[in-house]
Design a binder for this molecule. Structure first.
Ligand SMILES: [Zn+2]
Length: 400
């Protein structure tokens, strides 16, 4: 069984590329669209539950926005070249943060309103060269489950903890294990924006938020505008990679001259907490696919239940009527071809629950599930699957 997510994605009809569209720009096919739709819905629920409000911002902006943020200075080599329109340069964004500073700046804020939290499943762009592009792991357009919190300095630690809690909750649902937390700090070589004092403060706040949580230090792994906590997971080969991040940033609020009105009636500088809970849709799906050889958690499977009539002629109609009785579950019926082949195909598709319908099952209002087959009353299957959908279950669905 192949564990490479690109091969799995093609084999399972989840995504593909087109030479006309170009490398590093994967196309999500309808089954991949189901997986991504579920993840996006989950990401949205999670962000709303942790206090975010949703915003929408454009994928491009005047070059000046990124000069101000520092991206142009630090990151230009990874950005697509500017497009000239009239007498202005526009660029595809390499990150969503600068746009979110302008959402914040669009309205005045008082100390009483903070924190404000903006969430957006935003697209950002990297001008990676063709040679390094791999499936969903190295792509030119990244869809990040992103949020930015603007808060008072005394709220930073609680905000970082809230983000870490939301990450733990998300991983439990996805069946992902955190291998370790990494506190990523500046390297000795410089290359970061902002003064030492701001960096030290941000590091101290992250340390305080981590508290007794075990973590390692990643020297030189910080973002150019601030230190961060990286949530490290193991890929299928046991290699460690960063999935989610929480960053504390005292630099961008300064560069964009953001402020709020304090209790003393004067202008104060907010702190920005960047948080990516589920990481990017691309990286997350690559990871989930490779982890279990293409077998996705039940709640993400494009088809969750496949019904196989023993004979299309005799039981096909009945199976289709049954399919309609599973509200909220993705069910299909395949009645074309020999049964053993259809069973093999369903396994190859990693359909989590495969049920056979023959004379005995029609008579008993039941389904024959698994190998060796167990006859399970229909009402029990309905109840079990409805529960698995409701709880977003990741594990194998059993009926014994
Ligand atoms: Zn950000």
């Amino acid at each position: 069984m192949s564990r490479d997510h690109s091969a799995l994605g093609r084999e399972l009809d989840l995504f593909d590329t087109s030479p006309l569209v170009g490398p590093g720009l994967p196309l999500w096919l309808p089954d991949g669209g189901v997986v991504r739709g579920e993840l996006e819905r989950f990401a949205l629920e999670l962000s709303l539950r942790s206090g975010c409000r949703r915003v929408h911002t454009p994928v491009l902006a005047k070059r000046g926005l990124f000069e101000r943020s520092g991206h142009w200075q630090k990151f230009a080599a990874d950005m697509f070249p500017p497009v000239r329109v009239g007498d202005e340069d526009f660029v595809l964004r390499p990150a969503n943060c600068p746009h979110h500073t302008q959402v914040y700046a669009a309205r005045p804020h008082s100390y009483r309103d903070l924190p404000v939290r903006y969430a957006e499943l935003g697209s950002m762009f990297r001008s990676e060269l063709s040679g390094v592009l791999v499936g969903l792991r190295r792509v030119r357009q990244i869809s990040l489950d992103d949020a930015h919190v603007f808060c008072r300095p005394d709220q930073v630690v609680a905000e970082v903890r809230t983000a870490l809690d939301a990450i733990r909750e998300a991983y439990a649902v996805l069946g992902l294990e955190i291998r370790r937390l990494r506190l990523s700090v500046r390297g000795p070589g410089g290359g970061h924006l902002g003064d030492d004092d701001r960096w030290q403060r941000a590091e101290d706040q992250l340390r305080e938020a981590l508290g007794d949580d075990e973590h390692e230090i990643g020297v030189g792994e910080a973002a150019f505008y601030g230190p961060k906590i990286d949530v490290q997971v193991a890929d299928a080969a046991g290699r460690e990679e960063t999935l989610s991040t929480v960053q504390v940033d005292h630099v961008q609020p300064e560069r964009f001259d953001l402020h709020y009105v304090g209790e003393d009636g004067r202008r104060h500088r907010p702190v920005m907490v960047h948080r990516a809970l589920l990481s990017s849709m691309e990286r997350l799906v690559a990871m989930l696919l490779e982890r279990d050889g293409g077998r996705l958690p039940f709640w993400l499977a494009p088809v969750q239940l496949r019904l196989l009539p023993v004979s299309g002629d005799r039981h096909g109609e009945h199976a289709r009527a049954l399919a309609a009785r599973f509200a909220g579950v993705r069910v299909d019926v395949v009645d074309d071809g020999p049964l053993p082949r259809r069973i093999r195909d369903a396994r190859a598709r990693r359909v989590p629950v495969v049920a056979v319908v023959g004379d005995a099952e029609v008579a008993a209002d039941a389904l024959a599930i698994g190998r060796p087959a167990v006859r399970v009353p229909l009402a029990q299957v309905q109840a079990r699957l409805a529960e698995a959908v409701r709880h977003r279950e990741a594990g194998r669905i059993r009926f014994d």
